[in-house]
Design a protein around this ligand. Structure first.
Ligand SMILES: Cc1cc2nc3c(=O)[nH]c(=O)nc-3n(C[C@H](O)[C@H](O)[C@H](O)COP(=O)(O)OP(=O)(O)OC[C@H]3O[C@@H](n4cnc5c(N)ncnc54)[C@H](O)[C@@H]3O)c2cc1C
Length: 457
């Protein structure tokens, strides 16, 4: 734990180099500052880890689930390649050695920044000296909340398991039915949204039905599963170069995915997608990966929102305008980097923000016991985003990577993707089990995560 207390990644404020950390980090008679972190995702967890065992802080991290989730591999749970415990780990377990950190499972429903308090669904109120709001984003239906009832999202483990259950159950029903029309509906998956989530999911579905499940069924041919990827703009993977977009399109088409670009969804009803051109497509599985919006808690802070998706634009130190004790980070932030580009909603950005907030709090605490205490707000370090790039996997053996001037496609990109994703999985057990699981599935094409556990009625 020692090395994470030494934060070298954040530049100190302009006067900070003169200062020495006081010998006793918590001066006698002073009480620790209460830090409330909402969200145990990439940003919140990183902040808690950085403040771990620092006696100047009493940290409470609250999440509505009991685990930290590695979202980049959710699509593998949805397509029966990995099991849920491979990509999630209990927050308590991760933070068990951090004696100043309390983990609570509660859903924050109310924020009252004027009185430094938050309230949970449990009815508990949480008072704080500093708040770090890192509650992420949720699926957005562009003002059509009724579509939620007919679609499946991919933001949580429950949702990933819901997709897997739905698609596997549909294949079972297709094996049973005698009706051609019904079978065709049961064997159609529509994925709305041609970003990384849609591309990764559609590629993985083709792997599942062409390779893994190929020999499992007798009456149906699983490779008849129709995967339709729908994108409103003219190309897939809009954040990547045009060449990489074309590569993704060709690769997915070769895998059997039906791609419809320039296609807008006008309506979604039960098991049916209606398009803006008047056509419609019946599908027993409709996956919505077309948009996100900030956690609704951002709307309770009384500050102007950055966009219609409810994101917040903080000050350079990541605190909120008018609320220097409230920080925001991760996907719910809308901020530009030093080159003027928007910082993408990716895990490394969230981690860097969590790390930055912890560094600001430590710096501030240090200044409080010096002659610079009056200037502590002006001396706060600015957040600087270090862009590590973006990557998306396209079925087995292929990916696209875009990092600085580097553009990789194909097998090399896939290897880079594999290495990085395993490296960043939280916890050794997960890394090892994911690696072994993948190696086995890769060699044998037989994922053992295809058991359907029925939803409790
Ligand atoms: C399917 C998918 C694939 C992705 N692939 C990649 C990828 O390949 N590479 C990459 O870098 N990024 C990827 N991302 C994006 C990446 O996961 C996010 O950028 C990152 O998770 C953002 O971190 P965060 O801390 O802001 O939010 P999150 O990690 O979403 O954490 C937010 C946390 O807040 C909790 N929470 C929410 N509301 C409340 C509440 N009211 N009370 C208490 N707790 C609450 C949630 O339970 C959650 O644990 C992917 C995302 C998805 C969904």
């Amino acid at each position: 734990m020692e090395e994470i207390l030494e934060d070298k990644s954040v530049e100190p404020g302009p006067l900070a180099p003169d200062l020495r950390l006081p010998k006793d980090p918590l001066p006698r008679g002073e009480s620790p500052r209460r830090v409330l972190i909402i969200g145990g995702g990439f940003a919140g967890l990183e902040c808690a880890r950085r403040l771990a065992n620092d006696r100047r802080f009493e940290v409470t991290i609250i999440d509505r689930t009991n685990h930290h989730l590695f979202q980049p591999l959710l699509y593998q749970v949805a397509t029966a390649s990995l099991a849920a415990p491979d990509i999630a780990r209990s927050l308590r377990q991760i933070l068990m050695k951090a004696s100043n950190v309390t983990v609570l499972m509660d859903e924050i429903t109310d924020l009252s920044p004027e009185i430094h308090s938050a309230k949970g669904k449990s009815g508990q109120a949480y008072a704080y000296d500093y708040l770090f709001l890192a509650a992420g984003v949720q699926t957005s239906f562009f003002g059509r909340p009724e579509w939620e009832a007919y679609t499946l999202g991919l933001k949580s483990l429950t949702e990933a398991q819901g997709i897997r259950r739905c698609v596997l159950s549909n294949l079972e029903k297709a094996e049973l039915t005698e009706c051609e029309e019904e079978r065709s509906r049961l064997m159609t998956v529509v994925i709305a949204g041609g970003g990384p989530t849609g591309v990764e999911l559609s590629g993985a579905f083709t792997d599942l039905v062409h390779r893994s499940l190929r020999d499992d069924f007798r009456r149906i041919d699983t490779s008849d599963l129709r995967v339709v990827l729908v994108e409103g703009s003219s190309r897939l993977l809009g954040a990547y170069s045009e060449k990489q977009s074309k590569y993704a399109l060709k690769r997915l088409e070769a895998l059997g995915v039906e791609i419809r670009t320039d296609t807008l969804v006008a309506d979604v009803t039960e098991q049916c997608v209606h398009f803006a051109d008047g056509s419609k497509l019946e599908a027993a599985a409709i996956i919505w990966a077309a948009g996100t919006e900030a956690n609704p808690l951002t709307r309770q802070l009384g500050v102007p929102l950055a966009d219609r998706a409810g994101r917040l634009t903080p000050e350079a130190d990541l605190s909120l305008p008018g609320f220097p004790e409230v920080f925001v980070g991760g996907d719910l932030v809308s901020l530009k980097d030093s080159k003027g580009s928007f910082i993408p909603g990716v895990a490394p950005a969230a981690v860097q923000m969590g790390r930055h907030v912890a560094a600001v709090l430590k710096e501030e605490r240090r200044l409080e016991n010096t002659r610079f205490k009056e200037q502590k707000l002006e001396l706060r370090p600015r957040f600087r985003y270090f862009d590590k790039g973006i990557m998306a996997i396209i079925g087995k053996n292929a990916a696209v990577v875009s990092s600085g001037k580097l553009r990789l496609t194909g097998f090399l990109a896939w290897l880079a993707w594999l290495f990085i994703h395993i490296l960043f999985l939280v916890g050794f057990r997960n890394k090892l089990s994911v690696l072994l699981g993948w190696a086995f599935a890769y060699a044998r094409n037989t994922p053992d995560t295809r058991i359907i556990v029925q939803k409790q009625e």
